[in-house]
Design a protein around this ligand. Structure first.
Ligand SMILES: [Ca+2]
Ligand SMILES: [Ca+2]
Length: 284
């Protein structure tokens, strides 16, 4: 990590008459762990003046708060959307979030997708399958499952926040709605979709209409088809559908199967033979 040396930002002319590097002005210095100093070309002070002030002991080392946002329990963001707004340049990864704000005692780490569809997505669930190779058998189901209502589901229930797309766990379902209303569903065996609430809502556990758009074609089949309805509190698990099921999060290993059909026809049209088949839900 680089530490910033924050300078007193008074404007000082560069009196040097020598052309070239010395004529450029700089705002801050960075120092890496080996003690190398780096000058940033932001036109506030010329290099000679900075070196003079450093030598005279007028400047001191300080950590830049901007660099720490989301990187410690004491400097969390509300969620990944908040982080995207505060530091748009940060890459996808694990950051500290505190969805209810206030005291940071209950802040926790979560994975942020800061790239897909504008970024700002907080990962709330990563799942795999109990019987991927016999996809439409009753034994197949998504696992683990969130603490949403699914009276017949029997796969493992998780309340552990997933820290990657292949770390199979789920944030406590009651917390999802504190993060946002939009959902992004990704899978490496079905198309990625981003959905907004209408009369239906995944996070509010309400059956009804939703507005979805395609974010990425994973499948070559049925380009452009997206679901327009979500059914929550279904016994085996929730599902998104258009003419029929598109994503069914079946959590029952004794009946049904977890449809991932890019055609929205409740057929086994998911990608086959994929290594580490999985899916994810993000909230924004
Ligand atoms: Ca809090
Ligand atoms: Ca099943």
């Amino acid at each position: 990590m680089l530490f910033h040396i924050l300078l007193g930002l008074s404007f000082v002319s560069c009196f040097s008459t020598i052309r070239g590097l010395d004529q450029q002005r700089y705002r801050v210095l960075d120092m890496d762990t080996k003690g190398n100093l780096y000058l940033h070309k932001s036109a506030l002070l010329c290099k000679n003046e900075i070196i003079k002030r450093l030598t005279n002991g007028k400047y001191h080392l300080a950590e830049d708060r901007q660099l720490l946002i989301g990187l410690s329990k004491t400097s969390p963001v509300l969620n990944c959307k908040d982080l995207k707004q505060k530091v748009p340049t940060l890459v996808s990864g694990v950051y500290w979030i505190d969805p209810d704000g206030g005291s940071h005692g209950n802040a926790f780490q979560a994975y942020c997708d800061q790239q897909t569809d504008g970024g700002g997505w907080t990962l709330v669930w990563s799942y795999t399958f109990t019987a991927y190779s016999s996809f439409n058998s009753a034994a197949n189901a998504v696992t683990p499952r969130p603490t949403w209502t699914a009276s017949s589901a029997n796969t493992r229930v998780s309340t552990t926040v997933p820290l990657s797309e292949t770390h199979y766990d789920a944030m406590n379902f009651a917390l999802w709605r504190t993060i946002g209303k939009e959902t992004l569903i990704k899978s490496n065996i079905n198309n990625w979709i981003a959905c907004k609430e209408r009369t239906g809502s995944i996070v509010q556990q309400k059956t009804g209409s939703i507005t979805c758009k395609l974010v990425k074609h994973v499948s070559k089949q049925c380009a452009g088809v997206v679901p327009n309805r979500v059914t929550m509190k279904y016994a085996d698990g929730p599902y998104l559908s258009s003419s029929s099921n598109y994503y069914l999060f079946d959590g029952n290993t004794g009946s049904n199967w977890p449809t991932h059909d890019p055609c929205g026809k409740d057929k086994p049209n998911q990608l086959k033979g994929v290594t580490n088949p999985h899916g994810n839900i993000f909230v924004r």
